[in-house]
Design a protein around this ligand. Sequence first.
Ligand code: UD1
Length: 421
Amino acid sequence: MEKFVVKGLEEGLQGTVKISGSKNAVLPILAACLLTKECCEIRNVPPLSDVIHMTELLRELGAQVEFSEEQERIRVRAETIESVESEYETARKMRASFLVAGALLGRCGHARLSLPGGCQIGSRPVDLHLKGFQALGAKSRQEYGFVELTAKTLKGNSIYLDFPSVGATENIMLAAVLAKGCTVIENAAEEPEICDLADFLREMGADITGDGTDAITIIGGKELHGAVHEVIPDRIEAGTFMAAAAITGGNILLENIREEHLKPVIAKLAECNVRTETVPEGLRVSRKGRLHPIQLKTMPFPGFPTDMQAPFMSLMAVAKGTSVITETVFENRFIHAGELQRMGADIKIDSRSAVIEGVETLTGTKVKATDLRAGAALILSALAAKGETEISDIYHIERGYYKIDEKLRALGAEIERKDVP
Ligand code: UD1
C-alpha cells in the first residue's frame, strides 16, 4: 500500500502539463477489439490500473494483447474467442469489465459475466444494458451473481433508454454493430467518449450516425475489420489540473486537450473567478484574487460532469461565500465531504445537495481516498491547505490519473509517494 504526502503550497502551480488519453474512452474501445478477428492498434492509451485490468480480461477471453506502456499503445488480436465468461474478481476490480458483454454477445451470441454490483458512489445497476440487449433479441438470466446472455441472432431494434447511461449506450452500440438491421438508441448518452467509440467502430467498418446527439443509428451486420485509433484526451484529468491551477492561484498550460469537451468545466471556472485562455499550444488556466462561490448541478453531457463534482467541492471549500452542489447522476457521491471536513471544510449534506461555506484556509491532516475522483479532490485540497496532508488508499486515484504525482511535481507541487508498512 502507498500513500501521498502533500505539502500546502505558498505559491500557485506554474508550468506545462500534458494530458493523457482518456480512461473512459479507452475501456469500451478495448472491448470493441473483440468484434473482429483482425489486429487493432490503439494509441494514446494511459497505462492505468483499470486499463491493465481490461487487457487482462481480454487475454482471459482468448485475445492476444500487447501493451507497450512506454509508447502508450495497445495491440489486440482476438482471432478466436476461447471463453465468454468473466469472474467476480474481475468485476470487483473494475465495473467497466461489464462492457465486454455487448461485444461477446455480438460476436459469439453468448456471455456469462459476474454482475459488477454497487460501489462507493451508488448502487450502479446494469438494467438498462440488459433491456437494450433484450430489445436486440437476447435472453438474459441472472443467478448466482452472474448474468447469462444468449442470442441465436441479434436483430436491430429501437431502444429508448430511461436515462442516458454512458455504459448502457456503449454496450448496446457494441452489440448492435453485429446485429442484423437497423438499431436506433434514443435518449442515448452524448458524452465525448461515446463519439470516440463510434469513431473507432466506423474505422472498423461499422455504419453509425448520430453519435454526440441523443439518437444514435446503427446499421449492423457487416463484418468488421482491424483498425488503428488514437484515443481522445482525458477531459476529467484536464479538468482536475485546471482545478489544481485554480485552487493554488497558479498559472498553467494544458497540452493535449479538446476544449469543446471541457466547455461545462470552463464555464463554471469562469464563474469561480478562474481565467482560461486558448493559446496555440493548448489552454492556459490562471487565477488572481479569491475564488467566488457558485451553484453547480451535475448532469449528463453537455452538462457539468459528475466526475468533476468532487474536485469542484475542493474549490468551493475555500471560496469566499456559500456554494451549493446538486448531484443528479449518482445517488451517493458525497463521501469525500467527510474527508474534506477533517481538513476544516464547512459542508452540509442534505440528500443530493451539498451546501459549502467557504473557509479562509484548510489544514493538512490524515485523510483517505474513498474513490477515484474523491481522491483527486483530496490532493487539490492538500495543495491549498496549511501544513502537510497524508492521503491513504491512493490505489483509487491511480485507477484514473497517470503519474499524477510526477505531473504535479513538474508544476511545483510538493507531493511524495511513500510506502505504508
Ligand atoms: C461512466 C463513467 C464514469 C462517469 C459516469 C457518468 C466509464 C468507465 N465510467 O460510468 O466515470 O461518472 O459514466 O458520466 O466510462 N444506471 C442505471 N442502470 C443502468 C446503468 C446506469 O440505473 O443500467 C444509472 C447509474 O446507477 C447512475 C446513472 O445511471 O446513477 C449514470 O450511470 P452511467 O452513465 O451508466 O455511468 P457508467 O457508464 O457506469
